[in-house]
Design a protein around this ligand. Structure first.
Ligand code: SF4
Length: 353
């Protein structure tokens, strides 16, 4: 019933079109060259699922991914995924996923050791928690433990597998925020599933947030798709967030982007435009890197949130106009998403049981 509902295409914006030819160009030559070698690498290591810096994670607001690894080398998002590159360099095939180890007692202990002012946790940072029913079971169980400690979970997902309605009801009860990544490159099926899910989760009482992977597209069909998505968000009264796309210099898809972009201040080889959706009032939420310990989202509809205070927001990524005006990062923490210390040995040494 729930799965049928989530597969309905009725939510797809009329002017949206899947562009498989364009999508196939989102690849990096340097990664393609390594493909045969990467496929020989072993599966991703299993990690214990814990929370916060005392357990070896780089941020207090972070818990271990439920799954280690993500998509195969020729399917990584936009051909540009920072965490895949890290794990290839460590000698693992990021596409051979492993379900991480969940011990509820250990997880609770690590949550109890969090700083008392930390009121939310991000579910993972280098994968996606939606790969299987088993992964969703762990998500729900960990969200329930956190809720007992008055901590809410923030999930970022592309919804590879759908949770059951019962799971979603538990996530609603636990105060979970689910951000669903959507983009002009999605297939019609992917986008329909993601938009339908946003409606379904919000209808159940959940905090459902479209999270747009945005850019300034020179390719008219991509620009039309992004416009259709933005119109859909406004029309359906969603609170939204934006994650500007960054492409490395050797990504063939740079041909589809405008030429007035910038090289990222932290990653000089990555091309981007900063935020481009900020003039739309629905875009109220920054990326998780700009959520302070007290963050909570007390609203489910943009119309009730606009002009209200959302506790715990701490700035946002620069806009395109700010970059044009010669923006300089006011603090080194502004790009802390780019300074995640993915030190596997340190993490494993601190979390080994
Ligand atoms: S879902 Fe996230 S971790 Fe997985 S390939 Fe895409 S960007 Fe990388």
């Amino acid at each position: 019933m729930m799965n049928n509902l989530l597969k309905k295409k009725s939510n797809l914006p009329d002017s949206f079109a899947y562009l498989p030819e364009v999508r196939s160009k989102f690849v990096r030559d340097s990664i393609l060259e390594q493909k045969p070698k990467i496929r020989e690498f072993p599966a991703m290591p299993r990690l214990p699922i814990v929370c916060g810096t005392k357990s070896g994670l780089p941020f207090e607001c972070l818990m271990t991914d439920v799954v280690s690894g993500c998509l195969p080398v020729d399917k990584i998002c936009y051909g540009n995924c920072t965490s895949s590159g890290f794990w290839y360099n460590q000698g693992y095939d990021f596409g051979k996923r492993s379900l991480n180890e969940f011990d509820p007692v250990r997880f609770r202990e690590s949550a109890l050791a969090l700083s008392p002012d930390q009121k939310w946790l991000r579910q993972g940072w280098a994968s996606d928690c939606s790969f299987s029913q088993e992964s969703w079971i762990i998500v729900v169980e960990s969200a329930n433990i956190l809720a007992e400690l008055a901590i809410s979970m923030v999930i970022l997902t592309k919804l590879y597998a759908l949770p059951t309605k019962e799971m979603l009801q538990q996530l609603v009860q636990a105060g979970t925020e689910i951000r669903v990544s959507i983009s002009a490159l999605d297939s019609a099926q992917e986008l329909a599933r993601r938009l339908s899910f946003l409606h379904s989760f919000r209808d159940l009482g959940g905090k459902a947030v479209p999270y747009v992977i945005s850019s300034r597209f020179s390719e008219p069909a991509l620009a039309t798709n992004q416009e259709a998505i933005l119109n859909w968000i406004v029309e359906h009264d969603f609170i939204a967030g934006e994650n500007p796309l960054r492409l490395n210099s050797d990504n063939r898809a740079r041909q589809f982007l405008e030429t007035d972009g910038f090289w990222h201040p932290k990653f000089p080889d990555e091309y981007w435009f900063g935020r481009v959706c900020h003039k739309i009032p629905n875009f109220l939420l920054p990326p998780p890197t700009h959520l302070g310990p007290a963050y909570t989202l007390p609203f489910r509809f943009a119309s009730e949130a606009i002009d209200q205070e959302i506790p715990g927001l701490e700035g946002n990524l620069p806009t395109f106009e700010e970059l044009q005006a010669g923006y300089e990062s006011p603090s080194k923490n502004l790009f802390k998403h780019a300074t995640y210390s993915m030190d596997k040995d340190l993490y494993l040494s601190k979390t080994a049981g």
